[in-house]
Design a protein around this ligand. Structure first.
Ligand SMILES: C[S@@+](CC[C@H](N)C(=O)[O-])C[C@H]1O[C@@H](n2cnc3c(N)ncnc32)[C@H](O)[C@@H]1O
Ligand code: SF4
Length: 297
């Protein structure tokens, strides 16, 4: 897609409101025009981005923040260089990811809460999660996690599986001890329910969140690419939104419990006071607003 395509999509999405737009991939920083892509979404929305950190430089980091990036996550799933590099299939990726965290933290206009280490929780890294939390604490950045999704159209099995059914309890215990672990308590409480086959319904995919692929095709979530409802390069938002809302397959789907789904569940429906407190306490970049309020008073 061209920058014009991203601008069109951003403007069409804005008809549905100002959204959190998560730029993922693949690896988004492979796009040489990534700063312009962030700017296109930043015009109406809150762009966030997930990266392996390989291509982060101080210049690129500053440009991304200046273009309106709200938050960035650097993926680190294993706490040692050996295991991370083996998982990523390339030597040097662990060191690069840690260096990227330093650069992003030091350039972030609102400080550490704009930068997170992001970990996919799987059967073979739960035991190392506390080591990962120590690593992010040393780096002075936030930490977030998502439960692995092993099904879905866009997934392929590299041998990783769901963790044991008491993983949520272990994560909650760690959250109490590591305040920079900002994943919602409510999300973590749902992890064991999901692993034991009891998922809250409905899923908000298609109603409160959606997936747009690299060609502009829209589906309710990344797991259900087969439910394409149109293309935002050519179709109006009203048509796409109506088709998304009418999807039945998503309404009672319990196939995954990723943090995208969990984040939206915590922020949607009847207001969950604890989640909103955690949102403003850990996620939202309110430092500058606070500083300005402090100066004004
Ligand atoms: C697909 S990656 C792509 C962006 C970038 N290349 C990276 O390495 O982070 C984007 C995010 O998806 C999440 N992710 C990757 N595989 C996943 C899986 N099987 N289940 C759930 N989340 C996954 C990770 O949290 C990662 O931060
Ligand atoms: S639970 Fe929701 S987000 Fe997950 S696969 Fe089903 S519809 Fe998609």
């Amino acid at each position: 897609m061209t920058i014009e395509d991203f601008e069109v999509i951003s403007a069409k999405l804005a008809e549905g409101g100002s959204m959190v737009v998560s730029i993922e991939g693949g690896e988004p920083l492979l796009r040489h025009d990534i700063v312009e892509i962030v700017r296109a979404f930043g015009r109406y929305h809150h762009p966030i981005l997930f990266t392996n950190g390989w291509r982060v430089t101080p210049g690129l980091a500053r440009d991304l923040w200046a273009a309106g990036l709200s938050e960035i996550g650097v993926s680190i799933d294993y706490a040692t260089e050996e295991r991370h590099d083996a998982h990523r299939g390339k030597k040097g990726t662990f060191v690069a990811a840690l260096a990227a965290l330093d650069i992003l933290r030091d350039t972030a206009p609102h400080g550490r809460r704009q930068v997170a280490m992001m970990t996919v929780v799987m059967h073979d890294n739960v035991d190392a999660f506390e080591d990962l939390l120590r690593l992010s604490a040393e780096k002075g950045v936030n930490h977030q996690c998502t439960l692995i999704s092993t099904t879905g159209d866009g997934r392929h099995d590299r041998g990783q599986q769901q963790p044991a059914s008491d993983t949520g309890k272990r994560l909650l215990d760690l959250k109490h001890r590591y305040p920079h672990f900002v994943s919602f308590t409510g999300y973590l409480e749902g992890v064991d329910r999901f692993l034991n086959g009891e998922v809250r319904s409905p899923c908000w995919a298609g109603e409160r969140f959606l997936n747009i692929d690299h060609m502009g095709e829209v589906s309710p979530c990344i797991e259900k690419l087969h439910l394409s409802v149109g293309n935002l390069r050519r179709d109006p938002w009203s048509v796409v939104a109506e088709k998304l809302a009418a999807l039945e397959e998503t309404k009672h789907c319990t196939s995954c419990y990723t943090s995208c789904r969990g984040f939206v569940e915590e922020m949607s429906g009847f207001p969950r006071v604890r989640s909103w407190q955690e949102f403003f306490g850990g996620f939202a970049s309110v430092n500058r607003a606070k500083q300005q309020a402090g100066r004004a008073s």
